[in-house]
Design a protein around this ligand. Sequence first.
Ligand SMILES: Cc1ncc(COP(=O)(O)O)c(C=O)c1O
Length: 389
Amino acid sequence: MYIFKKEIDTLKAKGLKRTMRFVSSAANRYITIDKRKLLNLCSNNYLGLANDTRLEDAAITAIKKFGVGAGASRLVSGSTILHKKLEEKLAQFKQQEAALVYASGYSANLGIISSLVGRNDIVFSDRLNHASIIDGIILSRAQLVRYPHRDMEALERLLSMRPTPDARRPTLIVTDSVFSMDGDIAPIPKLLALAKKYDCLLMIDEAHATGVLGRKGRGSLEYFEAEVDERIIQMGTLSKAIGCLGGFVCGSKDLIDYLVNRSRSFIFSTALPAALCASALTAIQIIEKDNTLRQRLKENARFLRHGLQDMGFDTLDSKDTAIIPVVTKEQELTMEFSRRLFQEGIYAQGIRPPTVPEGLSRLRVTVMASHTKSDLEFALEKFRKIGKK
Ligand SMILES: Cc1ncc(COP(=O)(O)O)c(C=O)c1O
């Protein structure tokens, strides 16, 4: 229809039209696109588990028993023993009483936030929170108060100015723990202190922290050595370091019971396939048992981040995470940089508005545990070559 074409033409004219590339390999350190094998610097498969044979075998065994699709929502006939085992494992891994699995991280954020708060509530949200958090708040119809990125003084000012809250209703503070486009980390201990002082729930999106941060890969609370507290709600995804698909939430038993009864994206959507539960369970067992993958990821991230910084690239405040933004500012320049890297054998996606603010376009570079030193040296050589021109 004319309106669609007009919109697409406008995006094209602004250099903002997005297209998909089709991949013909697994998402590991090398990826095949258009029959070309490229060094993969844009996957969230941080630990390389997405095509680990142990996860594949777990899925195949579960498929043989439970089939491919779940056939119904969890409350109808879609809950299997593997869902139960995965939820018990997640709760234990995240050190909370109970957990609940959703079909994706996106639908988890929608379903959790829109059932926790409603029209008369307020949600305090970091300005750079993920789109699924914003969409959850919009769906809830609660008042959205954005605080400047990681700015705890500003958050406290805003909290102290809020109207007297209804003691029977929760006020929610919500934050990514690792910011998906900036690769920096939220000040969780300060957020927790403010949540306590102002009697709020603190919801932490652990999408990029689970399996990455902390001694055992438990995430940001372990990284900061913070106590898991009853006002904390941890959500996350099984799609990044865990290498599968699906979302989850961990909290008190009462919270989980409440979500089972109130969370619409959980109630009205078909269950995550049992095979993915089996693979995710295997992934968490590997993450818990074996530090070597996480250690390698950490060393790779440090090596690449420092290498890029030494060349003068702006990597913002990214630290200790697998996400390294390389800020190129203008969107045309960003996409040109990405195209040139592609020609040189490297796949690194350009990120433009509206995903990031105007003037802060960037290459979102991600490292994996499976990258070798020579992969990363090759990447640095290409960044140096292209960055010079
Ligand atoms: C911070 C954050 N939260 C939530 C999600 C959504 O997770 P999923 O990909 O499982 O839908 C993402 C994914 O990009 C994310 O980066």
